[in-house]
Ligand binder design. Sequence first.
Ligand SMILES: CSCC[C@@H](NC(=O)CCC(=O)O)C(=O)O
Ligand SMILES: [Mg+2]
Length: 374
Amino acid sequence: MRIRHVALHTLDLPLVAPFTTSFSTQTHRRVLVLELHADVDGVEVVGWGECGALTEPVYSEEYLAGVIDVTTSYLLPMLFAAQERAPLTAETVAHHLERIVGHRMAKAAVEMAVLDAQLRAARVSFADHLGVTRDRVPSGVSVGIQDSIPQLLDTVQGYLDEGYVRIKLKIKPGWDLDPVRAVREAHPDVPLQVDANAAYTLVDANHLAKLDAFDLLLIEQPLAEDDLRQHAELATRMRTPMCLDESVVSATAAADAIALGAAQVINIKPSRVGGYLEARRIHDLACAHGIAVWCGGMLETGIGRAANAALAGLPGFTLPGDISASDRFYAEDITEPFVIEDGHIAIPREPGLARVPDPDRLAAATASSFQVEA
Ligand SMILES: CSCC[C@@H](NC(=O)CCC(=O)O)C(=O)O
Ligand SMILES: [Mg+2]
């Protein structure tokens, strides 16, 4: 493949409702979308990538403006130079970029666009490329912190009415035992889990252990991203399986977490780990250790949602992921929307791994856009 040019579109998408976690309340999603124009064996093809980084560095250390800068200042120039030496493939992108430390979400978006272009040119779907045989995946939903427990119960009921098969509740100190108890009492049999986004410390261990009373599937990232040993200690203090999100930034980090007993379950987010190829490696590693994985979300548009649905079709993804319908967050997706049907999301089988954005919807959602020439 030879990249010709790459357009960087910053989209500003209003959320259908505020989304509150332990670290922020979002009413909009500003998201970077890459539109990569390449020549693959004489065929002009466009690949799409989406970056999971938030506007502010509050989920992880990456943030939108930083991603744009590192992508235009380093990542793309490095790939343009690499393709002068040998044809570029998705499988070599990480190697070409490894001199740049970190910046995994930025790297993931670039690799995603290259992989999408490569698969489109080969007329292969990402699901077929992965060897996924399932045609749909179960759809879980992430429920933000609400203003009151009655409002939480109404919100949860609404999602259950839409068919979601698993409920994930955001928690934080002061909003944990009571809301979880209320949802469990209202829905004794619903698959239920919580996500703290690193809001607690080991001092809270005895308090968090009270969550064991609610038969949760898992507790996600209760402690800080760097607290692998502390998560292992907390795991000995709770019956609820320990799940990591922010801590698992690579297959190496996943191996350390598993070896330390810090994770009995792993939330795989391709953006967080540097791309879909690394995500596949983490899936394979976890499977080899008997560790369940599920696919997390970063409020993706249909571009990334398509790729996540295909990834979640792999056999080790045995727990419902945060792969909700497009209208969970967006009144109108920039792509053909994903809809929940009988509690599931269909795995796309069109060529490529991204779902192509509608040009008019992309333009309407674009706050700023510029192009980088090879
Ligand atoms: C802005 S919060 C994004 C990170 C969060 N993501 C979700 O809760 C799922 C969001 C989604 O369904 O895309 C997580 O920590 O798992
Ligand atoms: Mg999480």
